[in-house]
Design a protein around this ligand. Sequence first.
Ligand code: TXA
Ligand code: MG
Length: 399
Amino acid sequence: MQNQTGKKPLRVKILPPNPENFKILAQAIQKGEVVGMPTETVYGLAGDCFNSLALARIFETKERPTFDPLIVHVGQAAQGAPMGPMGVEELERQGIIDSSRLGSNSRNLIDRLIQAFWPGPLTLIFPKNHRIPDLATSGLSTVAVRMPEHPLALALIAACQRPLAAPSANRFGRISPTSAQAVAEELGDRIDWILDGGSCDIGLESTILSVNPSNSLDVRILRAGGCPKERIEEVLGFGVMDPLANPSVTPEAPGMLESHYAPNKPFILLAQPLSKLSDSELSLVFSNLADKFFGDLTHSKSVIKGKDKLKVGLLLISGDPEVAISRISPLTETPVLARSLSRNNDLRESAHSLFSEMRWLDSSPASIILVEPCQVQEGLGYAIADRLRRASAGSRKYS
Ligand code: TXA
Ligand code: MG
């Protein structure tokens, strides 16, 4: 297998799901190795959540700082295996959480959330069991847990007979992978196996929710994601706090850095969608862009030899990329490569294709990527807007 540049051979093998391969993967995980695992949100880099060596490998492979804790992925009962209904009691029995530190109201409410949303893209924060190594939780007294909805993730957890710690399978700070090939691009020189589960249905990470152990009315979203806040509030019957809307007031999840999910190229968030920019505003965007880009020595030295070489990648939240190009072409001489997250303005489709389209433009001949803002501030739109803001945080000097 070759990497993106087509030069360096990769050690990784992408395995199709079959009984023999599940055996290989389960044995590797039981020995403390780490493997690429599909989930319905994004691919994870999975290892035994009770094995400190495996956890250390996860951090090392991702180059992830150890202050950023992992999510523990739990499974369903394997056929014939003894397992109670999934809930607080079962998580305690598996040695993942410590329910003695959960008040009864919070415990009941968490059980309700589990009933409503698991398996699925909702991660819950619990008091941690002493059996979970501190490395998994970065020394916190809490542990993040979710049950993935992908049948292959559930089958892998069952085959290993243990819960699996798994962060997204990208190098730290980079775009999360939503296909086995994308995991190979990110980590193919560092891991042996990826289980191929095709492209991830949701395409955005899980929503992370914390319930205060002693006050069940204090429920907070720590990361917007695949499970929309509105659906959670429907199940709870009351509003949840959203520190993301006011980050200065309450800390978010420790790993939620301002700059995250970033392409290698400058990734510039437009102030307005194309449809709201007049022709003269749009021309100005392009001429400013060229000036700022070539004014930046890092890029003019390494990538581009002359102004005529600037190619711009354009990521549309919705609509037809050809229509966008035919509008832009008469306004600027800069060649544009446009992609759209959803031609029909379907948010589920936009979420599903967000990371793969970012990755596509990042490995295209474009030198710089412009992206429309996502103006829908509810449901999946909220999580898409969050990812775009963080992915563009390191490129603000260009906007
Ligand atoms: O959809 C997902 O959640 C994917 C798939 C693979 O399951 N996983 C994922 O993991 O996104 P990762 O490591 O990229 O993000 C985990 C986030 C981090 O931002 C981390 O700070 C937060 O979970 N987290 C983990 N443990 C926590 C805790 N005890 N309290 C608060 N936040 C926690
Ligand atoms: Mg991640």
